[in-house]
Design a protein around this ligand. Structure first.
Ligand code: HEM
Length: 179
């Protein structure tokens, strides 16, 4: 994945464990501690190894790490020059989720080799909808839970999110109920 993702992992770890904690994570993951270039593509395996090492270092499951990372990503991208992109993608959580693919495709000019996820939304009733997630990658559904929680905070919209049994061809199906 693009270095921007790995850099966000680095920032999150440094916030909790400081630079020495990050150095330990890199050592454990077998990755050089010399920084990532945001707009360079790195092997996905590197990101998965980092998540594994953070999980060990912080005593959290890899799923918990991914969820925390997803939530953090919303704040991180807003501070790293993507605030306008977030701003124009919607004025409510529901609207934003419906525009996720368009939002990712707008940054394909910067991240040309990006393998973006695909999202769709099915409305079930007032303030209640299902988010469908398709991905070329394995195991990132917990990150989507964190991303939605981070977005809900951004919109000051209390929600409950539950992961439903997946459907064929999807990497994750989530029901969101606005409070
Ligand atoms: C301005 C904000 C955002 C930026 C700049 C951004 C950018 C990116 C980038 C660069 C990747 C890595 C793709 C690759 O290296 O192939 C990625 C992946 C991903 N993004 Fe976004 N993104 C943003 C917001 C969001 C939001 C709000 C969601 C909410 C659901 C989201 C969901 C994902 C997921 C799930 C992946 C993992 C890819 C996969 O499943 O294969 N992103 N994004």
């Amino acid at each position: 994945m693009y270095g921007l993702v790995n850099r966000a992992v680095e920032q999150l770890v440094e916030q909790h464990l400081g630079p020495t904690g990050w150095a330990r994570v890199c050592k454990q993951a077998g990755i050089a501690d010399d920084g990532f270039v945001a707009i360079s593509a790195y092997p996905d395996q590197m990101t998965y190894k980092l998540v594994g090492a953070v999980s060990q270092e912080m005593g959290m499951s890899p799923e918990q790490v991914l969820e925390a990372f997803g939530e953090y990503w919303i704040m991180y991208t807003a501070e790293e020059g993507y605030a306008d992109l977030l701003q124009t993608a919607g004025t409510s959580l529901r609207e934003f989720l419906g525009n996720l693919d368009q939002m990712h495709s707008r940054i394909e000019t910067v991240f040309a080799q990006m393998v973006a996820p695909v999202f769709s939304v099915e409305d079930e009733g007032p303030g209640r909808y299902v988010l469908l997630y398709q991905s070329q990658r394995e195991g990132l559904a917990p990150m989507v839970v964190g991303l939605v929680k981070g977005l809900a905070k951004r919109f000051d919209q209390p929600i409950a999110i539950e992961q439903l049994p997946s459907r064929a061809g999807f990497a994750g199906v989530f029901r969101i109920q606005e409070a």
